[in-house]
Design a protein around this ligand. Structure first.
Ligand code: NAD
Ligand code: ZN
Length: 248
């Protein structure tokens, strides 16, 4: 089948859906200029992000990890949501029952207007104390080793690092939502990071139609009902154009 025919079928699916759950990954923000982790441009200095975004790296070299996060915060602050983010916010507004689960920590979905949004890996714009309960949203410039205003200990980025458990309750909630979907879309994710990489299987087991949108095939492509290959910022606007507004 041609890509255009697949696109029309996915559009019809969305029009007739009861509940749509979308999972997004770094690919959705690539067209905004935010580097993905697996691409070559993901490297920072000579480090691989996977070697820095981990609790043991922070323990051993907090200043290096903070330097990396301050660089990412600055980079993302200069980026804008792209047509993929905008289209997903439009999709939310057109559908009666919708949830967007993102692995991204850049905050671009919220900036594009998404509200039914679960940032399952936290946010670059959250900081929290490594010792006490202090946590806050912070869009400002941070020191190299920022201190907690309450107890004076080191702050850390409010993101979920590789090897860390998800924020309590988030996984349970995500599983319940994915299981209830009748259409599940996986967009711009390499499908290598668990547990999100298995959400499509969960959705499928509960009867959902599954759709992947990615520049390239992923390990999950063969198991999807539909796979649309191309840029999320080009495919998503086409998908939402002319969609019936059923939000009321
Ligand atoms: P990933 O870097 O492993 O994979 C990105 C995927 O996006 C690849 O499969 C690639 O083919 C695809 N892609 C690239 N450009 C695309 C485009 N224009 N349109 C559609 N697809 C495109 O990302 P991941 O699967 O999200 O896993 C990485 C982990 O790192 C996540 O857990 C996330 O928390 C974190 N991360 C977040 C950001 C961010 O917030 N923007 C950026 C990098 C990594
Ligand atoms: Zn503290």
């Amino acid at each position: 089948m041609t890509m255009q025919a697949d696109l029309e079928m996915v559009k019809a699916l969305l029009d007739g859906s009861r509940k749509v759950v979308v999972l997004t990954g770094a690919g959705v923000s690539a067209e905004s200029g935010v580097p993905t982790f697996r691409g070559r441009e993901g490297l920072w200095k000579t480090y691989r992000p996977e070697d820095l975004a981990r609790p043991d790296a922070f323990e051993a070299h907090p200043e290096l990890v903070w330097e990396f996060y301050n660089w990412r915060r600055k980079l993302v602050a200069e980026c804008e949501p792209n047509p993929a983010h905008v289209a997903l916010a439009e999709l939310e507004r057109a559908l009666p029952n919708f949830l967007l689960i993102t692995q991204n920590v850049d905050g671009l979905h919220a900036r594009a207007g998404s509200r039914k949004l679960m940032e399952m890996h936290g946010s670059l714009w959250q900081v929290k104390c490594t010792v006490c309960t202090h946590a806050r949203e912070d869009f400002g410039e941070l020191e190299d080793l920022p201190e907690c205003p309450v107890c004076g200990h080191l702050l850390r980025p409010g993101v979920v690092w590789f090897g860390e458990p998800l924020i309590p309750g988030v996984l349970k909630l995500a599983i319940a939502q994915v299981s209830d979907a009748d259409v599940f879309l996986s967009i711009g994710t390499s499908s290598l990071v668990q547990p999100a990489a298995s959400f499509y299987q969960l959705a499928k087991d509960h009867g959902a139609v599954t759709v992947e949108i990615n520049l390239d095939p992923t390990p999950n492509t063969g198991f999807m009902d539909f796979a649309l290959h191309g840029k999320a910022g080009e495919i998503l606007p086409e998908l939402v154009t002319g969609l019936k507004d059923r939000a009321t």
